[in-house]
Write a protein that binds this ligand. Sequence first.
Ligand code: PEP
Ligand code: MG
Length: 815
Amino acid sequence: MVGIVVVSHSADLARAAVDLALQMANGPAPRIEIAAGTADERLGTDAARVAQAIEAADDGEGVVVIMDLGSAILSAELALEFLPEPGIKTRLVPAAFVEGIFAAVISAAGGAQLDAVARDAEEALEAKAAQLDQAQLSQSQLPGDTVAPAISRPAIIAVTTVVNPDGIHARPAALIVQTLASFDAQVTIATDRSEPVSARSPTALMSLGARAGDVLRIEADGAGAATAVDRIVALIRDGFGELVRFGWPSSPDRAFDGRRPEPVEGPISDPIGVSPGRVVGPALRLPDPITEPDPTASLPEAERPAAVERLASAAADVADQLRGRVRAAGTVGELLAATAAIATDPELLADASMRVRERGLTPERAVWEAMEVAADSLREAGSRQALRVSDLYGVRNRIVALLTSRSAAGVPDPGYPFILLTVDLAPADAAELDPARCLAIVTEEGGPTSHTAIIARSLGIPAVVAARGATTIADGTVLLVDGSTGELITEPTIDQRATATTALRSRERLAGPGRTADGHHVALLANITAIEDVAAALECGAEGVGLYRTELCFMDRVTVPPIEDQVTAYRTVLSKFGGRRVVVRTLDAGSDKALPFLGHADEPNPALGVRGIRTAAAYPQLLHDQLKAIKEAAEAESAEVWVMAPMITTVAEVRSFSQAVREAGLPTIGIMIETPAAALQAEQVLTEVAFVSIGTNDLAQYAFAADRHSADLASLNDPWQPALLRLIEMVTSAAAASGKPVGVCGEAAADPLLALVLAGLGISSLSMTPAALAAVGRGLASVTLEDCRLAARAACDTDSPASARRIVAEMLRVP
Ligand code: PEP
Ligand code: MG
């Protein structure tokens, strides 16, 4: 493909323009290199950088260079002189910056040659000019490719109607061009108001100005004409994946909004936004799981041994598939590794095999029954364990699908962007999510700290949980989803659609240290939950690590990891943050992080059981060894290591922890405030330690006596609850009096609006999933500390999370 180089004074501008073009392009993209800013990161252009970018973008087909203004042009011209001999075929194109990049990307992706890509970029503005009627060009005066040469005797003529409300705008135009790329056919499209234009030119297609309800006439000739027209008609009838129903703009509004109790069709109640971003797109339900295998089918004796073998090999294949995705799946990986272990669970396999051997069940039926028994015992074990039932069923469905040669249920790929509706999201399904395709996730189950929420945030996908009845919404229904407020609107009006912005992009980089517009520093740090989060934190520009969850090194072990293994694990993380703060949390075992070697499985009420620092009282050597390993790792690396304990409830626990850390020789000691007891005693606690970090996930759970994983109680665990904010305020007031820093490392820190309230309450660092850093940084930079303080006061004084959100959103109109 022809390569593209974007030259700009501003790296942010160039990245945003390229991002926009890539999002609209939907498919494979050409090589795009950015040469923006000066070597010392200031605004400007640099000829040497442009030359390097041209070399990097070229794969033999040549390079189109698009520049912004002034010295960008001079730098690009100069760069040509720096290129090695023989020269790379290069075209500097006088194109409109945004439109030019978009047209060049589409054209190059469609396989066009260098001059055609250059021309498409150059003419890109004409569509806009024609549409606005500013260039006063009649259609017949449009040059080049825009008006297509008439097809004298078309082999194929098709007539179809535009059904998507926004008509043929940039994305649909790109889809048509991409679809045509592989066909040998000359194709034109016309409306009843316009002349035919070439269907190979995205800008010409946009210049048609075709809207919902317009009738299009498609004419084609050439060897591939018939199939090409079929595909284009199918795209248009499908509404380019944006809508499936004609007549959408006039259909009545139906709002699903937790704050308004009059929703129709599907009793959605109290949906909670758990991953920010406001998007619009067509709904798509996770397909129904594999159906129950026949209980009456019986295998003859002679066939049973082979059936048992097939069963074992299908289970092993599923475990391999899941493990294979662990690397690629970021934070999801940790959850996925646990799911993979289900597939090879020896007890489950023994039970299923016995059902084949002794009762002659088919292997798929045997797996089905064995998993059902296991699911029942998880349900009996209490709500926390019941959460794993969906993981179990996810694995079961995959094994049954393999055994019956069916494609496994899982995240569908309809070929266009969609909003996923599902009862719950198993980690195995989450691993298949492509943030470029999945615009948002809406689940019926789950709470603000559930797996779905954690996964969605780590992938930067907006998400709403606890949306009861969401899966009754028909596929293709257009939805507006707000992952901050939990708002869900079916068939939004055009005005409502216009309020949609975009999701967080999972690898967007923080622009610089967290600062309000008036320069107040709030450190923006990353939470490290899975090893992949380290790379994400670095890529997203985290100032350091505010919560390193060391459970990572203890999970999926049957015995306590030796000190040397721990040192290696901790050094892996510390080595990446030389000179920066890394807050290492000692083992937070128990409850949702039960460890087999600590006998956790038997607790009747694990969230109120031996968890967090309480395990240190029961197993002092465990804490002692961990601190020794942290000390050794800290000495070997240059990161600034702080250590803190989870789940503190008494001042005595703080003293005993601090003594243990001091004895280990680690200087910066802190604790987590995750229980109301700790918040209430913040003043005394702060006399014992150098810092505190508020774990809002657990603090909400214990303050509201509401299981943090329960969908039914999700609205109680909403971090905007004014009572939770007041607890935080108690801690920040005590911290202010002591002059010691207080951070937040619960999920509340990742909500860009709530983060400002936290800053206003006096929080000095916010630690979050890396994907959220850039948006939180942007929000902070757009307000002053006083704005945040006023918003925080107002939020604390409201009487519900919904009004706290609304008032703060109105007060701080953040971008
Ligand atoms: C919290 O409770 O807010 C927290 C950060 O700890 P975890 O989510 O690991 O329990
Ligand atoms: Mg916690």
